[in-house]
Design a binder for this molecule. Structure first.
Ligand SMILES: Cc1cc2nc3c(=O)[nH]c(=O)nc-3n(C[C@H](O)[C@H](O)[C@H](O)COP(=O)(O)OP(=O)(O)OC[C@H]3O[C@@H](n4cnc5c(N)ncnc54)[C@H](O)[C@@H]3O)c2cc1C
Length: 446
């Protein structure tokens, strides 16, 4: 990439063209995409290895059921990378690679209307799906009680135990949906692919200051006092994104904020249905407020869809939170799942993981430049951007290069073409200065 080499010449002769703060799936993906374009990159991460941060807790579900057309288009493009993973990474031996498990997803067609909205978006983009009516849903997924249970209510309220109502309107089945077997490994795969092209990664390296001269970033300083000069710095710090923006003096300069939010995902055994099989697909159920995914060892992983009746657990400090699952979280989520799957056996010992989302004001990420020249954002991933990391990295790489070559992204937004689907991605949609997007679900659904 000619532009990047020029930056290297402008900065220190030994400094990288681009410093990326963070080596989660987003930062590692960006290193690979920039390296492919000839940039020299250095990822700095406070943790010991790639994907150790919030990525390590990801349910890594690859689904397309977003509430906006660009959200759906990006996720559909994102799927193709996971399908093509060894070729995308340029490796012959796929033994140590993360893998896409294509198990399909049933999005329950509930009174919230989300399924109808999603089908209209799928139609516009020709994304394959089937609409099952209630009888078909019962036939295909006999473990499920396919009646209306909602709207979701606190488990200690009378409303939670209300009698099920009418049959659901069915479900939207996307056979192409699935999950990635190991999100941390996927980040390491990206790291290794980037390193094969010359990218550098430094771990146990915490950025404590962003250096600037006038309106231009000039590098970063680490906690041990090392100064690393660079003409371009990217904030890919996950749940620490707000803190890093503060270091850059950018707090309050954008319309959209990001905030860390604690999140629990619980694990429990799958029951076996009348057909002798456990639950083998993903189910997204905003009528009870949970999603569920198969786990290895005949287990299920159940996570929250942030129903309106639940208080969200915002964190002041993304590193200071209870890291073990709570009795209340376990009870809430497993009982919600048990309403939908009456055969579920709930163990008397809670099991699960605790992670942190980096949530934007409208649960849509920010992929953008900033008012500090040379400082970029790949943040606000809102619990829903694992699947999109490679396509987001491609888009961010293009955005950085074009802005550094002089494009005024704020008035003339960068547009990129999806490598696989050819869909146009208008990066103005992910602007830091957008109005809050009212089409969003304001949940992890995006
Ligand atoms: C419980 C849970 C379930 C999820 N499920 C899904 C899902 O099913 N599907 C989906 O698509 N997405 C899902 N997500 C979202 C997805 O996992 C995230 O969007 C994605 O992993 C974010 O990656 P990241 O690289 O931005 O952040 P991270 O992985 O958190 O990486 C950021 C890195 O920056 C480093 N860092 C921060 N500050 C500094 C600093 N000052 N100096 C040096 N290093 C720093 C951190 O150490 C960290 O390693 C889920 C997330 C969680 C938490």
């Amino acid at each position: 990439m000619a532009g990047a080499r020029e930056h290297g010449a402008e900065g220190s002769p030994n400094g990288p063209d681009v410093v990326i703060i963070g080596a989660g799936v987003i930062g590692a993906g960006l290193a690979y995409e920039l390296s492919k374009r000839g940039c020299s990159t250095l990822n700095l991460d406070a943790l010991p290895s790639a994907g150790y941060g919030s990525t390590s807790c990801s349910s890594a579900i690859v689904r397309f059921s977003y509430s906006t057309l660009p959200g759906v288009a990006m996720a559909w493009e994102g799927l193709q990378y996971w399908r093509d993973w060894p070729d995308y990474l340029g490796v012959q031996d796929d033994r140590d690679l993360a893998r896409l498990v294509s198990c399909g997803m049933a999005l329950l067609d509930t009174p919230t209307g989300h399924a109808a909205k999603v089908m209209a978006l799928f139609d516009q983009l020709a994304i394959p799906y089937e609409h099952w009516d209630a009888a078909e849903l019962e036939r295909r997924l006999p473990l499920l009680d396919a009646r209306v249970m909602g709207p979701p209510a606190p488990v200690d309220s009378e409303g939670f135990w209300r009698e099920p109502g009418e049959p659901l309107a069915g479900a939207v089945w996307t056979p192409d949906a699935g999950y990635v077997s190991d999100p941390q490994l996927a980040s390491r795969n990206l790291q290794h692919a980037a390193q094969a092209l010359g990218a550098r990664f430094r771990f146990h390296a915490e950025v404590v200051s962003i250096e600037r001269r006038d309106d231009r970033v000039t590098g970063v300083t680490l906690s041990d006092g090392t100064i690393i000069p660079a003409p371009v710095v990217v904030n890919a710090a996950g749940p620490d994104s707000g803190r890093v923006n503060k270091l850059a003096g950018l707090a309050g300069t954008m319309s959209i904020r990001t905030r860390p939010m604690r999140q629990e995902v619980h694990h429990l055994p799958s029951p076996v249905g009348p057909d002798g099989r456990g639950l083998e697909c993903i189910v997204s159920d905003d009528d009870t407020g949970v999603y569920v995914r198969p786990e290895t060892g005949s287990m299920l992983a159940v996570g929250s869809l942030e129903p309106a009746c639940d208080a969200l657990e915002w964190l002041e400090d993304p590193d200071d939170y209870q890291r073990t699952v709570s009795a209340s979280g376990w009870t809430r989520q497993t009982l919600r799942l048990a309403r939908r799957i009456p055969e579920l056996r709930i163990p008397n010992r809670p099991l699960g993981i605790v992670g942190v989302y980096d949530v934007s004001d409208d649960w849509i990420p920010i992929y953008d430049r900033t008012d500090l020249d040379g400082f970029y954002l790949a943040v606000g991933t809102s619990g829903n951007q694992f699947k999109n990391a490679p396509v987001a990295a491609q888009a961010m790489a293009e955005l950085i290069l074009r802005v550094e070559q002089g494009q005024d992204h704020d008035s003339d937004p960068v547009r990129v073409r999806g490598r696989y689907t050819g869909a146009e991605i208008d990066l103005g949609f992910f602007s830091r200065n957008r109005q809050i997007n009212r089409d969003s679900s304001f949940t992890v659904n995006g």
